[in-house]
Design a protein around this ligand. Structure first.
Ligand SMILES: Cc1cc2nc3c(=O)[nH]c(=O)nc-3n(C[C@H](O)[C@H](O)[C@H](O)COP(=O)(O)OP(=O)(O)OC[C@H]3O[C@@H](n4cnc5c(N)ncnc54)[C@H](O)[C@@H]3O)c2cc1C
Length: 457
């Protein structure tokens, strides 16, 4: 590639960034893709990592490896911290803290979104969200660890608390994780314990709206509700979670507040755009919405800067949903626009092709909404299987994922049930266990914190 080639900087190696980079594969440009993590993440399957169906590697391949054949591209492991739109450069920090500038001619920012606790960030201590591999592994440790703790707990009331799971948010993520925790307890762990009956676990799903999966329409939403009911998931609708602490959640419903004891909580309710959206908005005079997303123009560029694109979960445009398909199509659109400009051709606004939405309820059951077609049950699950395999990155990942799914769906197994001391020793898990790193106690090592041993009988 010539040194004077058009320089494209892509921020983020998620769905938007990856598709933007790939679209430039044969273009006469030099691409730099910057991500603060080494992997691309297939977020729709995070709940399967959290519940032991898949390993983290299957849904999070290294970005370098995914794009290794793209000769006009280099990958930088760094966190983007600032934009200088006048000088056309981004400032990023390497893992060792060294900061550096990357100049660009065109910039595509696809930094995604994080979890939002709607002004209650303190909830995150007790109820991790599900946005990253760390979150999924943390949740795996908490969910499987809760059964271990229940097995050790002599007090019946406390044992009940350990065997109670609260999921906040009745969208696809909340429904999928609640369904999987229920399946895990009813079908997978049956024979593993001696003191407890894992199938007696209580799984509760809370949502402020009237129905689960409200965006799928009444018919599919009702089917999903019935599917969850069959699994024994309690659905608490029109219920706003007002407080969360170590041992439970407080919920407001019909003007009354009620406390539900539950040791393990999952937050699946709400997103907040990457802080980079606000930085771009401040620098360009664009608006941001309540979720912190930057309002982009019809071609996904920001005001007065046709060379800067903001795409995917961090932008707002015509009420488009925060889904992978929007990010992928916008990635392709942004890079195609750059290519057309370089050829002196006309460009146009972004047009979204809605390819529908889907969510799994349990094994062999999913709901799918696609251009007015509504599928549910086994047929829906087949469509879900096909789409997820088609979009998983890398042939090897597809192969091992099919193996994981075969074990989980045909054989009721959970091949990935490992959780490590490192995971369980993370700040939140220690707090969940009442200040004691419980896996250390389980593994028989000395407990370095105050509080001593957890009773073993
Ligand atoms: C649990 C879950 C389930 C989902 N299920 C579905 C589903 O079933 N179907 C569907 O269509 N969508 C689903 N989604 C939504 C979908 O995953 C997102 O819409 C999509 O990932 C958005 O792509 P993106 O490129 O905008 O952001 P992301 O894919 O989030 O990528 C952002 C990238 O930017 C990087 N980054 C962030 N900040 C910086 C920085 N400062 N410097 C450098 N790099 C940075 C991140 O590391 C990341 O790699 C789900 C999301 C979640 C969390």
């Amino acid at each position: 590639m010539q040194s004077d080639a058009h320089r494209v900087v892509v921020v983020g190696g998620g769905f938007g960034g990856l598709f933007a980079a790939r679209t430039l594969r044969r273009a006469p440009v030099q691409v730099t893709l910057v991500d603060r993590l080494n992997h691309h993440l297939f977020q729709p399957l995070l709940y399967q990592v959290a519940t032991g169906i898949l390993s983290e590697g299957e849904i999070a391949p290294p970005i370098r490896n995914v794009l290794r054949r793209q000769r006009n591209l280099e990958v930088e492991l760094a966190e983007v911290q600032e934009f200088d739109l006048e000088r056309r450069s981004v400032t990023a920090a390497r893992p060792d803290g060294r900061r550096f500038r990357i100049p660009y001619d065109s910039l595509i920012v696809a930094a995604g979104a994080g979890q939002s606790y709607f002004g209650h960030d303190e909830f995150s201590r007790w109820a991790p969200g599900m946005k990253t591999i760390n979150d999924a592994l943390e949740l795996r440790g908490r969910i499987l660890g809760a059964f271990e703790m229940a097995e050790l707990e002599p007090d019946a009331g406390k044992r009940r608390e350990w065997l109670t799971f609260a999921v906040v948010g009745g969208g696809p993520t909340g429904v999928e994780i609640a369904g999987q925790i229920a399946e895990l307890s009813r079908k997978v762990l049956n024979d593993d314990f001696r003191e407890i009956d894992p199938a007696s676990a209580r799984v509760m799903l809370f949502d402020g709206g009237e129905k689960v999966l409200a965006s799928f329409g009444d018919r599919l939403s009702d089917k999903a509700a019935r599917g969850l009911e069959r699994l024994g998931v309690e659905q608490h609708m029109s219920s706003i979670v007002t407080d969360i602490d170590r041992t439970g959640v407080v919920v407001k419903s019909g003007g009354e507040e009620k406390r539900f004891p539950a040791r393990t909580k999952v937050w699946a309710a709400g997103v907040q755009a990457s802080p980079l959206a606000r930085l771009l908005a401040e620098a360009s005079g664009a608006e941001t919405d309540r979720a912190g997303r930057i309002a982009v123009q019809s071609d996904c560029t920001i005001p007065s800067h046709p060379e800067v694109f903001a795409i995917g979960d961090m932008m707002s445009l015509d009420g488009l949903p925060g889904v992978a398909e929007v990010a992928m199509q916008q990635g392709i659109h942004a890079s195609s626009t750059i290519k057309r400009r370089l050829k002196g051709r006309e460009t146009s606004g972004f047009r979204y092709r809605d390819l529908g939405s889907m969510a799994t309820i349990s094994k062999f059951r999913a709901v799918v909404s696609f251009k007015g077609i509504r599928l549910s049950g086994f047929l829906g699950w087949c469509a879900w299987l096909f789409v997820h395999l088609a979009f998983l990155t890398g042939f090897k990942n597809r192969l091992t994922t099919v193996l994981g799914w075969t074990m989980a769906f045909i054989g009721n197994g959970r091949p990935e049930r490992t959780f490590t001391v490192q995971q369980v020793l993370s700040r939140v898990a220690i707090e969940q266990a009442g200040g004691r790193p419980f896996l250390l106690s389980l593994s028989g090592e000395d407990d370095p914190t105050e509080g001593g041993e957890i009773p073993r009988e």
